[in-house]
Design a protein around this ligand. Structure first.
Ligand SMILES: Cc1cc2nc3c(=O)[nH]c(=O)nc-3n(C[C@H](O)[C@H](O)[C@H](O)COP(=O)(O)OP(=O)(O)OC[C@H]3O[C@@H](n4cnc5c(N)ncnc54)[C@H](O)[C@@H]3O)c2cc1C
Length: 559
């Protein structure tokens, strides 16, 4: 094929490597902007524009038809967008000096060169593999063919048990779907909790739900060997595993870029500027293969999420079409559901803030998803981080059976807009009893945060409680007798909030930490005690957060 391009003629020729999220967003947007550009998309697999996010649900038969995962075909993309989409076509080399790539046709093993004016890499991420003896038997879940392979084993009743190595998003989603198919499933996770992107106390309710639904969790566990139909852990446990899936995380699939001498960053991805340009001005990179800049830390990081791949794919098309646009730093917002419970997060977690030495204050709360008097209200556990000086929001996590997605999306939007914890009090959010509360969970996060931010109510985090008590602080349970009898924190003294004024003599001169179920009565108690000159703080998130934290800690050491 003769090279056409800006050097030789007026038409622009753009090659795109990778025909899914980022690549196809670039291709279709560019066509809408440039009717006369020549656009060729190379995809090494047999499918383009497939729904990777739906793959686990096809295995679980929630998405019954494989066809439903295939959003477009080369033919449909040609008909509507006049795109030249070449499947089973792997780009094996980039010759930057001559601005051409080598393409291998995987069907007939032929090779050819194709020239470009601009090249876009959206080659994605591939499953991370680690040196575990026998791991070559493990399957992975990256594309439609992987899903079809796993599903066929289940459909043909060839497997009764499965071990998934790695409890990230893909591992947990796959576990839920295998369990739906009545496969006895164990998740083996090196760290102390599943979904280590979350803080432990925030993900504990999902751990409970997985276990209640029959999934076994082997936490703080390392795989020693993968055997013929089992898996041996380093602690000696042997796990039934007709099927083994490696879901140990992903790494950027950037060999092409590495071989071409493009700059690779410390976070492990292709270095790009805010227009997604690599170290070569004619080569762009988007999606899972490219690094992002964190809006919270200013540092480079990898964020493996479909929304950024799509957004940056669109942006590259704008840049190539000559528009002046730039990507904003990324916040990182994700969600996962299993067996009816959802966990979502945006921005920094407490663990990350601590690791990066970023000053932060934390608020835990457990409001209802909607008005408690209207049927079906569920608890939404929220954790919000903010900057102690400016009050700016830094991150949030949420977990519950209803209303988690909207709360985290509101906070993600607030972080994007640079809002503060106080701003959350003032947001005017939609309300009717079936959908929210007059004081929505988001407003409540603002109220609690404002009390902490302004110093009205000092708080103690569950993880610091034992040290504070060892140093002499008195822990007062201000709940009712029946709540206390149902479960209490060792070493606490019961003084229900309504009887506090009669018991002030027990507390005078002491450093007092109060707690209730979720923190609300605790706040009232702190204000009351402060009014009587007593140094009091509130256990953030109350007994509920403390229990979740302790359960997570115990699970990490006993599983
Ligand atoms: C099972 C699963 C579930 C997921 N669930 C979610 C979710 O719920 N939410 C979410 O936000 N994200 C999810 N993701 C992540 C999301 O799919 C990715 O972030 C997104 O697809 C990245 O887009 P991309 O264009 O960078 O890469 P991809 O969409 O992975 O596309 C890359 C394509 O490039 C092709 N390719 C690579 N090298 C070459 C080459 N040399 N020549 C030709 N073709 C090549 C690959 O075959 C691949 O098809 C999930 C991913 C998986 C695997």
């Amino acid at each position: 094929m003769a090279a056409r391009g800006t050097q030789g003629g007026s038409l622009m020729k753009v090659l795109i490597v990778g025909g899914v999220a980022g690549g196809m967003s670039t291709a279709t947007r560019l066509r809408r902007l440039k009717e006369d550009a020549e656009i060729i998309v190379f995809e090494q697999g047999p499918h383009v524009s497939y729904a990777n996010c739906g793959l686990p649900y096809h295995i679980g038969e929630v998405i019954e038809q494989e066809q439903s995962l295939l959003l477009q075909t080369p033919e449909s993309l040609h008909a509507r967008f006049n795109l030249d989409v070449r499947v089973n076509s792997r780009v094996t080399k980039i010759d930057r000096a001559n601005k051409q790539v080598t393409v291998s046709n995987l069907l007939d093993n032929t090779e050819y060169q194709e020239s470009y004016d601009q090249l876009v890499l959206s080659t994605g991420a591939k499953p991370r593999m680690v040196p575990i003896p026998g791991l070559e038997r493990a399957l992975v879940l990256r594309d439609v063919q992987d899903a079809v392979k796993i599903k066929a084993l289940v459909d043909n009743k060839q497997i009764k048990s499965a071990a998934i190595i790695g409890a990230g998003f893909i591992g947990v989603e796959l576990a839920e779907n295998l369990q739906h198919r009545e496969i006895k499933t164990t998740i083996v996770e090196f760290r102390g909790n599943i979904l280590p992107q979350f803080d432990p106390e925030m993900i504990e309710p999902m751990q409970k739900v997985l276990i209640e639904n029959g999934i076994e969790l082997a936490l703080s566990a390392e795989t020693e060997t993968v055997n013929e139909s089992t898996l041996t852990l380093k602690d000696g446990r042997v796990i039934d595993a007709d099927l083994v899936v490696a879901a140990i995380g992903v790494v950027a699939d950037h060999k092409l870029a590495v071989d071409a001498g493009l700059e690779i960053g410390e976070a492990g991805g292709i270095v790009v500027d805010d227009q997604m340009r690599t170290s070569d001005p004619n080569v762009f990179a988007v999606g899972d293969a490219a690094q992002k800049v964190s809006a919270l830390t200013g540092q480079d990081q990898m964020i493996w999420l479909a929304n950024l791949a799509n957004r940056h794919g669109r942006l590259v098309a704008d840049v190539i079409a000559g528009e002046t646009v730039a990507a904003r730093p990324s916040i990182g917002t994700g969600i996962i559901g299993a067996f009816g419970i959802a966990a979502a997060l945006t921005g920094l977690t407490e663990a990350l803030a601590k690791r990066m030495d970023i000053a932060h204050k934390v608020v835990h709360l457990h409001p209802g998803s909607h008005a408690g008097y209207y049927p079906g209200a569920e608890t939404v556990s929220l954790k919000v981080l903010f900057d102690p000086e400016s009050g700016k929001l830094l991150g949030a996590q949420g977990i519950g059976r209803d209303g988690v997605d909207k709360r985290i999306d509101v906070i993600a939007t607030a972080i994007y807009a640079g809002l503060t914890i106080d701003d959350l009090m003032n947001l005017e959010l939609s309300y009717a009893p079936a959908f929210g509360s007059a004081k929505d969970a988001i407003n409540q996060a603002g109220y609690v945060g404002n009390n902490i931010f302004t110093g009205k109510t000092g708080s103690v985090q569950y993880g610091d409680l034992a040290d504070k008590m060892a140093a002499g602080a008195m822990l007062v349970d201000v709940r009712s007798e029946s709540e206390n009898a149902a479960g209490h924190i060792p070493g606490s003294v019961l003084i229900p909030v309504d009887t506090l004024r009669k018991n002030l003599d027990q507390l005078e001169g002491r450093e007092v930490i109060v707690h209730c179920a979720v923190g609300q009565r605790g706040h009232t108690a702190v204000q009351l005690l402060k009014g009587h000159g007593i140094n009091a703080k509130n256990l953030d998130g109350g007994y509920t957060t403390w229990s979740q934290g302790m359960d997570a800690k115990n699970r990490a050491t006993t599983n």
